[in-house]
Design a protein. Sequence first.
Lengths: 334, 290
Amino acid sequence: MDKTKKMNPLMLAVIAACIGLPFVFMGAPFILLILCYIEIYIIAVSGLDIVFGYCGQISLGHAAFYAIGAYGSVLLHKYYNVPVFFSMLIGAAIGAVIGAIVAYTCSNLVFHFLSLATQAVGEIVYILISHSPGNITGNFVGMYTDSVSIFGFKLDNQFKFYWFGLVCVLIFLALKQALINSRTGRAFMAIRENVKAADGMGIDVRMYKVKAFAMSAFYTAFAGALVTHMTKYASPDSFLYKQSVMFLTMLLFGGTGSLWGPIVGSISVLVINESLRDLQNLQMLVFGVLMLIVIIAIPGGIYGTAKEYYDNLKAKKSAGKTDAGTAVSEKKGV
Amino acid sequence: MFFTLLISGLVIGSIYGLIALGYSMIYKSSGLLSFMQGDIMTLGAFLGITFYSYAGLPFPVALLLVVLISIALGFAIEKGVIRPLLNKNTMAIYIVLATIAVSYIVQNGSMLVWGTITLNFPSIFGISTIKVGNISFQPEALMCIVVGFFCMFLLQIFMNKTRIGTSMRAASMDAMAAESCGIDVSLSTGLSWGLSAGLAAIAGMLIGPIYGVYTTLGATIGRKGFSSAVIGGYGNMYGAIVGGILLGLVETFGTSYVSSTYRNLIAYVLLLIFLLLKPTGIFNEKAIRS
């Protein structure tokens, strides 16, 4: 009860920011673009959070799903004339199927070797889209595509796209929370905490790993489709290995296994990265240094650490109260 | 044609082998994955150019200097980044990410110092080609293969016959037991990270004269090195070399006889095939537990 009351002003501020910011920056397309990117990254990173934060399975190849969603949607639209919104959904579904296949075949691999396998998947997808058979993806030149249109209403600028993105974020986050609080979500966490114990309790580890990967890939692939139809252009450069690292960095910056972690992480890393853009050659260097500092200094991520601090504070307060109480009663007893 | 391909396959294969050797050492000594080998290799190549070409030192001296600097760097990274994280008991993924961060720093730092263009590593022997019958090849290619094999041989002796090597193996088997026998575990894990960096730097010095030196030289080779380590059996010293040579040959021959479009695909497909069908690799290394 107490907590919800305290969270309210913060929630209100977040809601106000979500609604107000696009109006404030209506005349600044660059900032609007960043806001749209934040939405897209929130979806992608929340997807990674399902498989890593909740199910404990590492992926260094999520750029592959990002690419599959993007290219799946673009190619379906281009060659089969599928309307853009549906092509995005189908693209994301293809991503989910491939995620399931990867998880099914790799389900016996533990941590480090899963990261190598997923990294290899990422590289393979990158090579396939940059050296496509028959040049169907436009290879390194990339290819242009249409913007999202819903019932004939074209989201052809960032301001319109922002609202569509916001709705998508809300739906995906709500779905994620529903998933986490379900039987499936609890099975994920059991696998994360102890695979053997989970197996012993009758949880079908392989099936749940497949589910986690498929869900996660769906999120990330949908985000990939979003980004290409927002920029109306797809090229292999956006799906390099460093994109996978970027997702993971955002997740770890924010904090894993929470609703807010991916949100905080996406916003902070994107803002940092964009503000370093002026440094040009120094950008990645400074980014690497920052990454290292955060990993060493606050391994729980920003949200995770803040939450821990807040919880500790509360625990101390209540502990202090009871301490004082017992001290008083002891004195009375004496 | 066949011999030319064989030589270039062996060249790139021994480079993969040296990188994979570093991965295996780190995995054996601390059970961790390092993603910075490739970029340390690039750094080694750049330092090599600086000492050999700009400062005019003789090649062996330059090589020794580069290796010593890299060993110190690897040691410092283990002590400054990896050890504190291990002591904090953080999730292993943070260590993976920390090594990626270090690789970003090394790669972009060297871009800042040496620029973005491909630098020419000057010829070491003063002659451009050796001719045997109707086969001609660069003397540097031969050196690459010979030095590569020599390093592997030396490392094997170091690990099995010397006191430090033995203590390093003991520390990796059971840190606590080794500690109670009076072995400095912290020193020996630091050393193995240092030695891996040294191996990567040697690889850079060897490949530099053949491929030229540029900032992303090591990034791809570093990722493919994982493939050789897995093919041979992750954590196995012989496996690293055999896996590297095998990958180098398959890649070179596959490229010329089948198709060159998917040259880079071969390493990753092989990696997946081995991980899924034979995760213990050719040498049946039991390090991978499923």
